[in-house]
Design a binder for this molecule. Structure first.
Ligand code: AMP
Length: 422
């Protein structure tokens, strides 16, 4: 299928063409026609599948015909984090560049005065985190009665972050005569309830198993002790051909401590977590995205869904507490058909969490003995869901250099299609 077959108009097709996209991704192919027919849609898709364009493109098409009045936006996209909201706003600019629509980005940590001024001029699209939106609504700076399209993005993350009551409150302030689109990587009972309450006869489109990891990401685990973690990470970085990397920690204080330690070792590192001022979060992300700093040490909240082209490595300094976070973390690499490498440090204290991750992804992770510089595990890796003894005692190859590029087509989705695209 081509973008031309989806019912999008020329200004939008031109913008897509300028992005170099050849063909729609499966979620785009499945969701866009329903959205253009004004249906409510539940999209089961994780980041990396092209879901943002999946809802942004048809929204631009629908909204292109009208103009917003002051204080009365015509559509609303709710995002769990500020960074993700900013990224959606960038997407909106890219795909809507020929359509002259106005937008407002309403996120915490940024000047409320400026946001109010933009709302005063009228915004066709609001992209907001739930807290800031409710704050502005409470101050009477915004009217939600004219919202014709509501998007709830990353609903599973909203749930993890405790935003479901906020979402319910926002939904109850909107006109029932609206179109609602909800995207989530998983369909927890609370999210199902939300869809039953606030969506009307939605079409369900799915492109992935909830826990699928891209086949383009090679995954490795290194067993170590809490004391050895920094040195082991250092060893892995030295032996790998790292172009740029996310390094995930479970705790904010470890983000700060590890980034300082790595800086001390001479690495160009920046740190990102939720306690930092929004201005430095934005600047850090800009530097990492622009390739000015190759290592980003971060927490899950700050890095969720962040789209950075061609990330060669993801390091899990800690085994994530929530197994779904593992899928999201390693999904930062191996995007759009490129190859990527994900490493995880694990200690004897992480057994339970590690079991949960392996069960969640449904396959074992190859154990590398980094101290001996061997790939073969001394003990068999834990298989999931039914444990099978591992046979991978092959001589460990140093992982291949990454980012050779994908010459298979303009779309960037080559022969190696991520599992969730199938
Ligand atoms: P998302 O899942 O929305 O985070 O998108 C993941 C990445 O896929 C982003 O870098 C998009 O720019 C890219 N992308 C979205 N749609 C397409 C497409 N049809 N062809 C190629 N790349 C795409």
């Amino acid at each position: 299928m081509k973008f031309e077959d989806l019912g999008l108009s020329k200004p939008i097709l031109d913008a897509i063409n300028d992005c170099g996209y050849d063909t729609p991704t499966p979620i785009q192919e499945k969701a866009i026609p329903h959205i253009l027919m004004a249906r409510d849609v539940v999209g089961l898709a994780q980041t990396g599948t092209g879901k943002t364009a999946g809802f942004t493109l048809p929204m631009i098409e629908i909204l292109a015909g009208g103009r917003a009045k002051a204080l009365m936006p015509r559509s609303l996209i709710l995002s769990p984090t500020r960074e993700l909201a900013a990224q959606i706003a960038d997407n909106f600019d890219t795909y809507g560049k020929n359509c002259n629509l106005s937008k407002a980005l309403l996120i915490g940590g940024s000047s409320m005065e400026k946001q109010i001024k933009i709302l005063d001029r009228g915004a066709d699209v609001l992209i907001a985190t739930p807290g800031r939106l409710l704050d502005l609504f409470g101050r009477g700076k915004i009217l939600l009665t004219d919202i014709k399209i509501l998007v709830i993005d990353e609903a599973d993350r909203m749930l993890d972050m405790g935003f479901i009551p906020d979402i319910e409150e926002i939904c109850s302030k909107l006109s029932p005569m609206r179109q609602t689109l909800l995207f989530s990587a998983t369909m927890a009972p609370e999210i199902k309830k939300l869809t039953e309450k606030f969506l009307s006869n939605p079409r369900e489109v799915a492109v992935s198993k909830s826990a699928s990891t891209a086949v383009t990401v090679e995954q490795f685990q290194v067993n170590t002790t809490p004391k050895r973690k920094n040195d082991v990470l250092h060893k892995i970085i030295k032996r790998e051909d790292v172009k740029n990397a996310f390094i995930f920690c479970n705790r904010k204080r470890d983000v700060d401590a590890l980034s300082k330690w790595l800086s001390g070792k001479g690495y160009d590192v920046c740190a990102l977590h939720g306690d930092m001022a929004q201005s430095s979060r934005t600047e850090t992300l800009r530097k990492f995205k622009a390739g000015e700093v190759p290592f980003l040490v971060c927490s899950d909240v700050a890095a969720r869904g962040i789209d950075v082209d061609s990330v060669s490595h993801v390091f899990n300094y800690d085994v994530p507490v929530n197994p779904d976070d593992y899928v999201h973390r390693i999904g930062r690499t191996g995007r759009a058909g490129q190859s990527g490498h994900a490493w995880m440090l694990s200690t004897k204290y992480d057994e339970k969490q590690l079991d949960a991750v392996i069960k969640h992804i449904g396959k074992p992770i190859k154990i590398i003995d980094i101290e001996e510089n061997k790939a073969a595990p001394k003990t068999a890796p834990k298989a999931a869901p039914k444990p099978k003894p591992a046979k991978n005692h092959e001589k460990p190859a140093k992982t291949k250099p990454v980012h050779k590029g994908d010459n298979s087509g303009k779309s960037g989705f080559g022969d190696e299609i991520p599992a969730f695209f199938k």
